[in-house]
Design a binder for this molecule. Structure first.
Ligand code: MTE
Ligand code: MO
Length: 204
């Protein structure tokens, strides 16, 4: 009966060690971290949309229903927060970013960076090539369930190759840019490249 209390991961085993970037510790919880308050929605079809604009042939807009009709995939991945927790084998479902691009007007060749725009003015910037990786999602399910409000319902970015602050919650827009533009935490002093394996936590 004690098995129920046993941890899923033994942090001492080499395979687990290899998956924890320098300076990180393992957690089995799912901490909640953000600036500002958790948005609430009454009628998503009327109060929510996802917009794309910038370096593409034309801007576009998805209603909640239109977005939810797009094909989804599932991704199991490790996530690493700059506040030093890492969580292994997190399970997500959503629209793969590179699949999403097939459903919007073509990007201009000048599109190299993406600025994610969220509720309450929060932003996060990610290079387009990182979002073209297989594990980059516009995610709306976690562990088989609709995202919890404090984890980003109804939509968040998932970009596991970077520290988790770039996985912007409560996503409402994607701006395609020819030049990089710093997001909220990047302006606040976090390292713009944010690679957990290089321990790029803060800017100099
Ligand atoms: N809109 C928004 N998204 C955000 C943030 C935020 O302040 N606002 N914080 C980021 C940070 S710093 C982290 S570590 C993760 C935390 O995600 P979680 O609360 O689901 O663990 O969300 C990221 N996404
Ligand atoms: Mo964070």
């Amino acid at each position: 009966m004690f098995n129920a209390f046993r941890k899923k991961y033994d942090r001492a085993t080499p395979d687990v060690q290899d998956r924890i970037p320098p300076g990180q510790y393992l957690t089995e919880k799912f901490p909640v971290l953000h600036y500002g308050s958790v948005p609430t929605y009454r009628n998503l079809e009327q109060t929510w949309d996802l917009r794309v604009w910038g370096e593409l042939e034309a801007p576009a807009r998805f209603s909640f229903g239109e977005f939810r009709a797009l094909p989804t995939i599932q991704v199991t991945t490790d996530i690493h927060c700059v506040t030093r927790w890492s969580k292994l084998d997190t399970h997500w479902e959503g629209v793969q970013f590179k699949e999403f691009l097939k459903h919007i007007p073509p990007l201009k060749p000048s599109a190299q960076f993406v600025l994610a725009h969220c509720e309450q003015g929060f932003t996060a910037n990610v290079p387009l090539e990182i979002l073209m990786e297989d594990d980059a999602l516009l995610a709306y399910k976690y562990d088989g369930q609709e995202l919890m409000p404090d984890h980003g319902f109804p939509l968040r970015l998932l970009t596991p190759k970077k520290y988790f602050w770039k996985s912007a919650k409560w996503l409402r827009g994607l701006e395609f840019l020819s030049e990089d533009q710093l997001g909220f935490w990047e302006r606040y002093g976090y390292n713009n490249n944010a690679d957990p394996w290089k321990e790029e936590r803060y800017s100099d």
